[in-house]
Ligand binder design. Structure first.
Ligand code: BT5
Length: 272
């Protein structure tokens, strides 16, 4: 689906009524909460998670002043140029959610591919890259209620229409810079949420999880290469990146062909 628009259209405010209409007409059954400016949509979504929701809730803001990534790192979220949203989704606790960030990465990559004909790669555990640069980040959190129901908070940031990356990390880019096309944020959001809900509804199916892992691996950044993994305690491990376990852990093989699994940290961009 090509949704190229001009620069003026790309700068329109995300308006609640227009979004609501687009979401409803595509048959998506979510509560929609739209804001002009919030600290972090994940923080707002967490507050909602205390109450029982009769359907998934999408919290979206034009701008975030305290957008965050993992380990409380800053996520830059200026107005008019990107999508910053969190989906609140309740499940019963026995469902496998280890693969959630992996599954969300596949959703975002597929949505980018469908809308812009780019082929994103996925860097373990949660970065979406185009031509090796980061276009999107994912922050999945969960809250457990007294009734043992779990609420998942799936936070997604996508750089869509930025033309200037002053003040961003060196490795950041936008879909506009990579494709030369401005994207209609409403169209992109609707197709992404559609995919995300389909995926979430199937997370309890083992064969679906296998296909998600295979999709992720088909896009994996530096699969079968020697990589460096920085763990959350800041130590670095090296090894050949061999795949993912059923729980979404990264599998590294050392020089003696011993296999190690890691459930935290991130793949570095280093080349040897
Ligand atoms: C992530 O964390 O990549 C997850 C980002 C999730 C953001 C969404 S927006 C909606 C929702 N509400 C929130 O408050 N968060 C979620 P991590 O892997 O820790 O990466 C963070 C790092 O990415 C930073 O330390 C920067 O180096 C880099 N970064 C920050 N802003 C960026 C941007 N807009 N584009 C690309 N890279 C960015």
């Amino acid at each position: 689906m090509l949704n190229a628009i001009n620069r003026r259209q790309a700068r329109c405010l995300l308006e609640h009524d227009a979004l609501k209409k687009a979401v409803t007409s595509s048959g998506i059954n979510v509560n929609l909460l739209t804001f002009r400016k919030v600290s972090s949509t994940n923080d707002l979504a967490k507050r909602l998670s205390n109450s029982t929701l009769e359907k998934p809730t999408l919290v979206i803001s034009e701008e975030q002043t305290g957008g965050r990534g993992r380990y409380n790192r800053k996520w830059i979220s200026p107005p008019f140029v990107g999508l910053w949203f969190s989906l609140v989704y309740q499940i019963n606790s026995n469902r496998n959610i280890g693969l959630l960030p992996i599954a969300v990465g596949v959703v975002i990559a597929a949505s980018i591919e469908e809308n812009l004909q780019l082929f994103p790669s996925l860097k373990w555990p949660n970065d979406v890259l185009v031509n090796g640069k980061k276009v999107s980040g994912i922050l999945c959190e969960s809250v457990c209620a007294e009734n043992l129901n779990k609420t998942l908070i799936i936070g997604v940031g996508v750089n869509l229409n930025q033309e200037d990356f002053t003040g961003y990390p060196e490795n950041a880019t936008s879909l506009y810079l990579q494709s030369g096309k401005f994207t209609d944020r409403t169209i992109f959001l609707v197709s992404t949420i559609n995919r995300l809900l389909c995926t979430l509804n199937r997370l309890h199916q083992p064969e679906f999880l296998d296909s998600i892992r295979a999709d992720w691996l088909s896009r994996a950044f530096r699969l079968n290469e020697e990589i460096e993994l920085q763990l959350s305690n800041k130590s670095i491990v090296r090894g050949r990146f061999k795949g993912l376990t059923e729980r979404g852990e990264i599998i590294l093989e050392d020089r003696s062909n011993r296999v190690h699994f890691f459930d935290n940290g991130e793949v570095k961009n280093t080349h040897f």
